[in-house]
Design a protein around this ligand. Structure first.
Ligand code: ADP
Ligand code: MG
Length: 352
């Protein structure tokens, strides 16, 4: 089995191969009600309140933007939101909207109050984005048809709708676009307790028995991410099944994690390569480009997937000049930290 790492959202070797199967798994394990949606209390509380208020006023819900790293539940939230509103959900993604005309069919198909969900909304081409502005604000679409002397602009009236966007890179959204969303919610990584609860539900859905301690061990290595936790669970279920174990226990988790290339402390092979690239520089800040090249991933993937985890775990520091390894990173690799550690960056953050 090929070692596999955390989910990267869409592209990159980490998501390849198993992508289709994992997408299907995502759909099976996706919570069907807000009640099944674990954690993110603040976000869920806000969203449910806005939904209730809009329903009471018989108004269309304001446009909403969900941001946060891959696998934290943005798509799930959009689905639950539409279900709670009792409206239809149309789904597309930023990269699929190549030309302004790609919007026409989507938008004119929407019924009153329906939700248009645009995943990876930061990847909408600027030219398309501008057409969305009037659609969002005035429920109108100005579109130019034909070319040359026959070109004319037509205006299409739309039914009031709610645009729900999801993005892993909120910073890449232009200010005018961002300001058109009335609801802006950020999803945060999940605690081990929350992930354990998510895994317990997933194990039930997958009809596999599991010890609480075993699930907790999986949760602890899941980088605060439900999608990663669920993926690990599925691989570990395979191990338990092949070894004819009745339930997922500590031994199946150990074996599964070994096969997945995930170590005791939750670091996988790519994390280690990131740390190696930092440590190799001997305490000099390393740029994102260099790290990306060292692990053969895109810079965006390093920023969205690897860095946040390594930052949280106290292995890496972001500085204006680049990334620095902490003392913990040197220790993890069994490399002596350079003696000239006058830089504060080489000390592990407090409160570990
Ligand atoms: N709060 C949650 N409670 C339970 N399961 C969740 C939660 N958030 C995400 N998941 C699970 O994680 C998977 C990925 O969630 P998804 O909504 O696709 O993430 P995103 O769109 O942010 O990448 C889904 O299959 C879902 O089962
Ligand atoms: Mg998604």
């Amino acid at each position: 089995m090929k070692p596999s790492g955390p989910d990267t959202g869409r592209d990159g070797p980490l998501a390849s191969g198993a992508l289709d199967a994992d997408e299907a798994l995502d759909a099976t394990l996706r919570p069907r009600t807000f009640g099944e949606f674990v954690g993110q209390e603040r976000v869920v509380g806000n969203v449910r309140l806005y939904i209730a208020a809009a329903r009471e006023r018989k108004e269309v819900l304001d446009h909403a933007l969900f941001s946060g790293p891959p696998g934290l539940g943005k798509t799930t939230l959009a689905t639950l939101l539409a279900r709670d509103l009792g409206v239809n959900l149309r789904t597309t993604s930023g990269p699929a909207l190549e030309r302004p005309r790609d919007l026409v069919g989507l938008l004119t198909d929407l019924g009153e109050g329906d939700v248009l969900f645009i995943d990876e909304i930061h990847r909408i081409p600027r030219a398309v984005e501008e057409y969305l502005y009037t659609a969002m604000e005035q429920y109108r679409l100005h579109i130019v048809i034909d070319q040359g002397p026959d070109a004319r602009s037509v205006e299409i009236a739309l039914k009031p709708f709610t645009l729900v966007g999801a993005t892993t890179r909120e910073g890449l959204l232009s200010a005018p676009f961002r300001s058109r969303f009335g609801i802006l919610e950020k999803l945060e990584p999940y605690s081990v307790e929350e992930l354990t609860r998510i895994l317990a539900r997933s194990a039930k859905v997958l009809s596999v028995g599991a010890d609480e301690g075993a699930l907790r061990a999986v949760a602890a290595r899941s980088r605060g991410t439900p999608r990663v936790a669920n993926r690990f669970l599925r691989r570990i279920r395979d191990v338990a099944q092949v070894e004819r174990r009745e339930r997922i226990d500590a031994a199946s988790v150990r074996e599964g994690m070994r096969r997945l290339g995930v170590s005791e402390d939750g670091l996988d092979a790519t994390d280690v390569r990131v740390l190696e690239a930092l440590v190799r520089a001997g305490g000099v800040p390393v740029g994102l480009k260099t790290i990306a090249a060292a692990i053969g991933e895109e810079e965006g993937t390093v920023e969205e997937v690897y860095e946040p985890f390594l930052l949280r775990e106290g292995y890496l520091l972001r500085t204006a000049r680049g990334r620095l390894p902490t003392l913990r990173a040197f220790e993890r690799l069994g490399v002596a930290a350079p003696a000239s550690t006058g830089q504060p960056g080489l000390f592990p953050p407090e409160a570990r």
